[in-house]
Design a protein around this ligand. Structure first.
Ligand SMILES: Cc1ncc(COP(=O)(O)O)c(C=O)c1O
Length: 468
């Protein structure tokens, strides 16, 4: 290895150690909890991405834009409950309704008007939801969407994106993480992805060539309008329209996964922003108002296949189910948030402005220190990528994966350790209505300090002769 690059690595390694020591010294109780939890719960958490090195802090409570750990630290939160909390933690409209409802029963397991109210509101805000069904997670909603598509078309193949994340359902656990052509882990059989193909995001020519190979058996194309987990990358308008058009022409269904973008990028979802008309779409996160939810929505003609009335097993599609589906508390919290958003639609403009400020400001201070980054995103969602090699822009999951993800992790961890600003390392950030310009200024200033640390480490690494 070139002796200068070894010197740089050593200096950056020293910087990481300093951040880790600082974090460890202020999160002692969190460490104990994590060590105990990891004896009972693999990697100490029930969601893989919640784990990060050296151990995740343990949350005591959260309110507004802050999340508090058991050691007494308060962090400005940009993870915002997997980006679901557009009104911040424990917003008054949700707390008030839950206080009232919780004494009326937390679980009915029967039909109730609460579900109807939320369904009506979703239908009014997103008219392509002619009919819908509720589940407890987004993973179920996407699983149901592709099952409906297969049933409706009588075809088998599902086309998804490279890097596309639709939750943990087996069919869609394909081509999620880099390298995209390798299986997603043990326990998932290769045969299970036999009827799933992965398209390169934002590349219509290559996507069309792949779609052509399965055209007659293509049941659906499922796509996130903003590639979320794989890098916070907005789709090109032309790309989404080309996919929608391809699905129409070939007799397949066009499914938009709006679990992240629904009620987040606009009151009417990304389908409104992009002027799309999906046959089916999925919701989750914001729609649950901070309580568990998933929703599969779509055209009457397709959704009504799920109607069990007067049908034998051979005629209906088995979707829906789940003990806690239509849970009255999720229905009420979701409704409270959507009604608030409908009354305060102007918040989207403000969130977008803050998002633009963050994206532009972070890129500027990094570049002032000679660090080339690109902050991607849309509206209140953003992620800073550290450019590397010949990557000069980030337009696909592959581009994002080929950036310097170790440096991205170091940046997020430094914000957490030194500056009390929480991003889940390597994941996009979400701004809520509780954040303001001062928070974004603080984030940019903190980013500048981290950029200074990195630039210093690099400069001194260059001046450090290697010992070998
Ligand atoms: C686009 C998208 N679809 C589906 C899901 C799965 O939702 P859930 O985690 O509620 O199962 C996620 C989760 O992050 C997501 O980002």
């Amino acid at each position: 290895m070139h002796q200068h690059s070894r010197g740089v690595q050593e200096q950056v390694g020293e910087l990481i150690s300093r951040y880790i020591r600082h974090y460890e010294s202020k999160t002692r109780r969190s460490r104990q909890i994590f060590e105990h939890a990891s004896q009972l719960i693999p990697s100490g958490t029930s969601h893989n991405i919640r784990y990060f090195e050296p151990y995740p802090f343990s949350t005591r409570m959260a309110s507004g834009k802050y999340i508090y750990d058991v050691d007494g630290n308060a962090y400005t939160d940009y993870w915002m409950g997997h980006w679901s909390l557009i009104l911040g933690h424990a917003p008054k409209v949700v707390v008030d309704v839950l206080r009232e409802r919780v004494v009326e029963g937390t679980m009915f397991g029967t039909v109730s008007e609460h579900a109807l109210r939320l369904a009506e509101t979703i239908n009014r805000l997103m008219p392509r939801a002619e009919m819908l069904r509720f589940s407890s997670t987004g993973s179920e909603a996407t699983m149901y969407a592709i099952r409906l598509a297969r049933a409706y078309t009588g075809r088998r193949v599902v086309a998804k994106m490279e890097g596309g994340w639709h939750g943990f359902n087996t069919d869609l656990m394909h081509s999620v993480t880099y390298p995209f052509d390798e299986p997603e882990g043990r326990g998932i059989l290769e045969e299970e992805s036999r009827y799933v193909i992965a398209l390169p995001f934002n590349d219509i020519d290559a996507s069309t060539r792949l779609l052509d190979t399965v055209r007659d058996d293509l049941a659906c194309i499922i796509v996130e309008p903003l590639l979320g987990g794989a890098g916070c990358i907005p789709a090109d308008r032309g790309y989404l329209h080309a996919l929608q058009e391809y699905a129409r022409r070939s007799g397949a269904l066009f499914i938009l996964d709006e679990v992240v973008t629904g009620f987040r990028v606009s009151l009417h979802g990304a389908q409104h922003v992009y002027s799309l008309e999906p046959d089916l779409f999925t919701l989750g996160k914001v729609a649950g108002g901070g309580l568990p939810i998933g929703v599969v929505c779509g055209l009457n003609e397709v959704m009504s296949l799920a109607d069990v009335r007067g049908k034998g097993k051979g005629d209906r599609v088995g979707i829906g189910g789940g003990t806690y589906s239509e849970n009255p508390l999720s229905m009420s919290a979701g409704l409270a948030v959507l009604e608030y958003l409908a009354r305060h639609e102007h918040i989207y403009e403000r969130l977008e402005m803050l998002g633009d400020e963050a994206r532009r400001g972070i890129d500027r201070v990094m570049s002032d220190h000679g660090i080339m980054v690109k902050s991607t995103g849309m509206g209140s969602l953003f992620l800073t990528h550290f450019l590397k090699g010949n990557i000069s822009d980030v337009r696909s999951a592959r581009d994002a994966a080929e950036c310097d993800t170790a440096m991205q992790r170091l940046y997020h961890f430094a914000l957490l350790s030194i500056h009390d600003i929480f991003f889940l390392p390597n994941k996009l950030g979400a701004i809520s209505v509780e954040h303001d310009s001062i928070d974004i200024r603080r984030l940019i200033d903190a980013s500048e300090r981290v950029a200074g640390d990195i630039a210093y480490a690099r400069a001194h690494g260059h001046g450090t002769p290697s010992s070998s």
